[in-house]
Structure formats: structure tokens, C-alpha cells
Write a protein that binds this ligand. Structure first.
Ligand code: ADP
Length: 542
């Protein structure tokens, strides 16, 4: 007789109560009795009863009212109504209000016991059914959370975004009020994403040594690790959370192939906070996050390998260009000098002079190429010296005016820099080099006799220079590329007087070093306008 179900019997007939108690206790039930509705209600408020046996006529209230009150308190209670006289109407009313059965007095004890047994059996089925449905719903919720996280992992490589959406799900689907991810970087744990943390909490978690703190502890004790509020006080990184009233915190280790790569942390304001199923869900989310981190790392490696390959290809191309560029003038110099040195050949003065002029011109080309290469490497190393001085744009251009004119003897070169522009704090020599390069290009890429115009305009914050030609122009898709190192439009790669594709990269490097910007406006066929702006520095100059 192992029955330990509890039964509440309510009847105003005290003798009846005694008898019933005796019968039920003899069958192993725990029995409580009440002689009025109010007494029954106060007993029910204190604990759950599996079965209530209620007399339908009570001194203080109608038995059916008491039935409703008890069902309000314990919806699962199995209620059996007792009627002193056969009244179909009363019985129906009780059943309508949720009673399991009704019995007529005088009571047949065996009948009562068998009804109680059936009622309990039904109750067990209802409770079990509800538990199964609850489990299934919980399972569904977990699956949908995991599905959402793994979808994010498989559809995106943006680690920050994946972590953020996973943390949002953690907070939605578990009692966590705060959740965060710390990843191992250079031997330290760095806070990579968080939800629900205040600035102070995030700062405390931000950068910590890997072997100390939670990760160290999780690695030693296995996963997941649950810390109570008292334990949180002993972790400096978690103190702000404890002080804010968080009662517990769980750390899930993130691993890739056995390597510890970080921690998924969650904190809740309740204790105990996370059920076993919720901990399993957190562990599964942790596994998805580990995959996301691995994907992002692989992608990064692949991208940098690709970038390296591209750089390598560019270098090879550059070496080919440079050696070609070096070889042509060197061949001329070597050929001219060897000819002049032939002991048995005498050249007339005109030929002799032509050889010397070739040597001179190609030596200039060589030295310019070397200059450009050196300049590029200085710019890339951030080592270009810039001697800034406050100057008037028009005055700054004056020293290069003649040089520019000489570059364009067969073009109509106009230089028109207004004298009332704001002053700029620049290295005039370097800006002169930029203008020289742009005018050289304008000469190279536009027809003889066509105009080339150098102008400038200004506003409060910057002065913009422009060099415009009426040459072949540059297609829009190349507007950015022409500034790349070694970039040359294919048709310019070979032929007379070609450059190295370094000129514009150097110009932009110089302008960048001044805090300015450079761009081109052009439509093929209608010429190109190269522009660069330099900040005026507002009122800082004086
Ligand atoms: P390069 O030494 O070949 O002139 P740059 O870096 O100065 O190298 O220029 C890169 C490429 O941009 C050139 O090869 C040319 O195709 C194009 N380019 C530069 N300036 C002009 C211009 N004014 N008009 C048309 N194309 C130009």
C-alpha cells in the first residue's frame, strides 16, 4: 500500500469525516478533513491535494461554489461530489463545473475507492500529457533557436553580426539577462560582443589574461561552469555584474579542434538560473559560435592569401616593367658610349654630339625612374619628409611656372591661380612636383596645340587645384585605378616615352600626406581634369 496521494474530504458531518478518514488512511492515502468551505479553502491554499471529496451541501456555501474555488486554486485537483439525495440537476452542475464524478450518499466505500483510483489515473495521464507537451514545446523552442543561430552562421561571414544575433537569441530563449562572447587574441581574452551589459560590466570583461579568470577555471573544471553570486565576487571581471544584482553566471568554453578560443558567458538575476536543457542549449549555441569563429578565421586567411597572391603578381609585373624601363635607356647609353669608345672609328662632331645627347637624355630618364621608385618606397613607409610653410597658393605656384611652361611647349598652357585664395600650410616644393606630374601627363595624353589649364579655387576649409586637358580622357571605371601603383592603361604600357605607372600614385601619396584628397573627373574623348584639395586649416595659421 504505497499510495501517498493526498485527499481532502469536506463534509459538515463530523462522524462521516471520521469514517472516511479511517477508510482512506487504511488504503495508504494522506487525508485532510474540513467541515466547512472556508476551512477547505484555507487548507487548499497551503498545499496541493490530489483528490477533493466534497459534500454538495455545506453550512457556509454551496458545494459547487467550493468546487469552483478549489479548481481555481489547483486546476488539476480531482473533485468527487457527494450528494445526500439524488438530484440530477446538482450532479450535472458539478460535472459542468469540472468535477470528475458524483456519488450518492449513503456511500459505498469500495465504490468511492474505485472512483478515486480512476480519478487519480486520469490525473496522472493529464499531468504526464502536459509534461510531454511542455517538453515538446521547449524542444521546439530550442530547435528554432539553434536553427536561427546555425542559419546565421552558415549565411554570413560577419562574425560581429553572428555573435550579436546569437546573443540576442540567448537572451530571448533563456533566463539570461546579459550575455557576452570573449575571444582569445594574442594570449588574452577580448570582449567581442555583448548584450545587456552596462559600460562598466563590459569594461571589466573587456581584456583579461587567458589563464586567469573564468576561462582558466572553465578549462580546469569542464563545461559549463556555473558561478553563484558569491563566486562572482571572487572574479574581478564579474564583480560589476554581482553588484548589479545578478545572482549567477555560466561560462561555456568555445573550442576549435580542442583549442580554447573563447567563452560564451551568460548571467541571470535568478538562482538557480538555468535548467539542464537550457545549459544544453547554451552549449549547442557555443558550438555554433565556435564554427562561426572558425569560418571567419578561414575566410580571413583565404583573403590574405589572395591579397598576397595579388601583391605578388603586381610585384612580378612591376619588376618586369621596371627592368624593361631600365633596360631601354641603359641599352642606349651603353650603345652610344661603346660606339664613341671604338678606337678605329672617327665620328664627325654632329654624330659625336648626337651620341652624347642620347646618353644625357637616357641618363636623365634612368635617374628619374630611380627617383620615382625611391619616392614611392618612402611614401609607403610613411617616411617622406614634408616641410610645411604657410603660403599663398598663387605665390606657391610661381616658382614652378617656368618649369610647367617648358614641359608643354607645343600646348596652350594657361596657369590661372587667383591671388585672393586662403593660405595653405604645405610643402610648396612637393605640391609643385604634383603639379609638374599632372601637367606632364596632360601633355603626354592630349594632342599638340590643345589647351591645358592649371587653376585653383577655394572655400573656407580647402583650396582645390585642377589640371585640365582636352585629351583622350579616362573611362569612369578607371577613375580610381589610375591612382594605383604601377597602373597603366594597357595601350600605354609600351611605346615611346612611357612612364612606370607610379606618377599618379606618388601624387596621391603626397596629397594624402598633406591631409588632402585627389581625384579625377573625365569622360573619354573630352579630356581629363585631375583635382586635389588641400585643407586651409581655418584660422590656425596665425
Ligand atoms: P605613367 O607614368 O604611365 O604616366 P601615371 O601614374 O602618371 O603613370 O598614370 C597612370 C595612367 O593613367 C597612365 O598610364 C595613363 O593611362 C592614365 N593617365 C594619366 N593622366 C592622364 C591624362 N591626363 N589623360 C588620360 N590618361 C591619363
Amino acid at each position: 500500500m504505497g499510495n501517498r496521494e493526498s485527499i481532502l474530504v469536506v463534509d459538515d458531518d463530523l462522524d462521516f469525516l471520521k469514517v472516511i478518514r479511517h477508510i482512506l488512511e487504511a488504503r495508504g492515502y494522506r487525508v485532510a478533513t474540513a467541515s466547512s468551505a472556508s476551512e477547505a479553502i484555507s487548507l487548499a491554499r497551503k498545499r496541493f491535494y490530489h483528490v477533493a471529496v466534497l459534500d454538495i451541501s455545506l453550512p457556509d456555501t454551496d458545494g459547487t461554489e467550493l468546487l469552483s474555488a478549489l479548481l481555481d486554486i489547483h486546476p488539476d485537483i480531482t473533485a468527487i461530489m457527494l450528494t445526500g439525495y439524488s438530484s440530477l440537476q446538482n450532479a450535472m452542475q458539478s460535472l459542468n463545473r469540472g468535477a470528475f464524478a458524483y456519488l450518492e450518499k449513503p456511500l459505498d466505500p469500495e465504490h468511492l475507492l474505485s472512483v478515486i483510483n480512476r480519478g487519480l489515473e486520469k490525473q496522472r495521464l493529464v499531468v504526464e500529457n502536459r509534461r510531454l507537451i511542455g517538453d515538446m514545446e521547449q524542444h521546439n523552442r530550442e530547435i528554432s533557436v539553434l536553427l536561427a543561430v546555425s542559419q546565421a552562421v552558415s549565411q554570413s561571414l560577419d562574425l560581429g553580426q553572428i555573435i550579436d544575433s546569437a546573443l540576442a537569441r540567448v537572451i530571448d530563449a533563456t533566463p539570461a539577462g546579459a550575455a557576452w562572447v570573449q575571444l582569445v587574441e594574442d594570449g588574452r581574452l577580448v570582449l567581442t560582443g555583448h548584450r545587456g551589459l552596462t559600460g562598466e560590466m563590459a569594461a571589466a570583461l573587456n581584456v583579461t589574461a587567458v589563464n586567469e579568470g573564468v576561462l582558466g577555471q572553465i578549462s580546469r573544471q569542464g563545461i559549463p561552469l556555473t558561478l553563484s553570486r558569491a563566486a562572482m565576487y571572487s572574479q574581478p571581471t564579474l564583480v560589476p555584474l554581482a553588484e548589479d544584482g545578478y545572482q549567477s553566471c555560466v561560462g561555456i568554453l568555445l573550442t576549435i579542434a580542442g583549442e580554447h578560443i573563447g567563452v560564451l558567458g551568460v548571467a541571470a538575476r535568478t538562482y538557480p538560473s538555468f535548467s539542464k536543457t537550457e545549459l544544453n542549449l547554451l552549449a549547442a549555441i557555443g558550438r555554433e559560435l565556435s564554427i562561426a569563429v572558425q569560418n571567419a578565421r578561414l575566410y580571413e586567411e583565404a583573403s590574405s592569401a589572395r591579397a598576397l597572391r595579388e601583391l605578388d603578381a603586381m610585384r612580378t609585373e612591376f619588376l618586369a616593367t621596371v627592368s624593361h624601363e631600365l633596360r631601354s635607356p641603359l641599352a642606349v647609353i651603353k650603345g652610344s658610349a661603346s660606339s664613341l669608345l671604338q678606337p678605329d672609328v672617327r665620328f664627325d662632331e654632329k654624330t659625336w654630339r648626337e651620341f652624347l645627347e642620347s646618353i644625357d637624355k637616357d641618363a636623365d630618364t634612368l635617374s628619374r625612374l630611380v627617383e620615382e621608385l625611391l619616392m614611392m618606397s618612402r611614401l609607403e613607409a610613411g617616411a617622406l619628409e614634408i616641410k610645411r610653410e604657410w603660403c599663398q597658393p598663387a605665390a606657391m605656384v610661381e616658382p614652378v611656372r617656368d618649369r610647367l611652361k617648358k614641359l608643354a611647349p607645343k600646348h596652350k598652357l594657361g596657369i590661372d591661380i587667383p591671388r585672393d585664395l586662403p593660405r595653405i600650410n604645405v610643402d610648396g616644393g612637393r605640391i609643385g612636383e604634383v603639379l609638374t606630374n599632372l601637367v606632364e601627363n596632360a601633355v603626354k595624353y592630349s594632342g599638340e596645340g590643345s589647351p591645358i589649364t592649371v587653376t585653383a579655387s577655394g572655400n573656407g576649409s580647402e583650396v582645390t587645384f585642377s589640371v585640365a586637358d582636352r585629351g583622350r580622357g579616362i573611362p569612369e571605371e578607371l577613375h580610381q585605378k589610375v591612382f594605383n601603383r604601377f597602373f597603366q592603361v594597357d595601350s600605354d604600357k609600351d611605346g615611346r616615352g612611357r612612364g612606370t605607372g607610379l606618377g599618379l600614385a606618388i601624387c596621391r601619396g603626397i596629397i594624402d600626406a598633406h591631409g588632402g584628397r585627389m581625384w579625377v573627373e573625365s569622360k573619354p574623348g573630352s579630356g581629363a581634369i585631375f583635382k586635389f584639395s588641400l585643407p586651409t586649416g581655418g584660422g590656425e595659421e596665425r
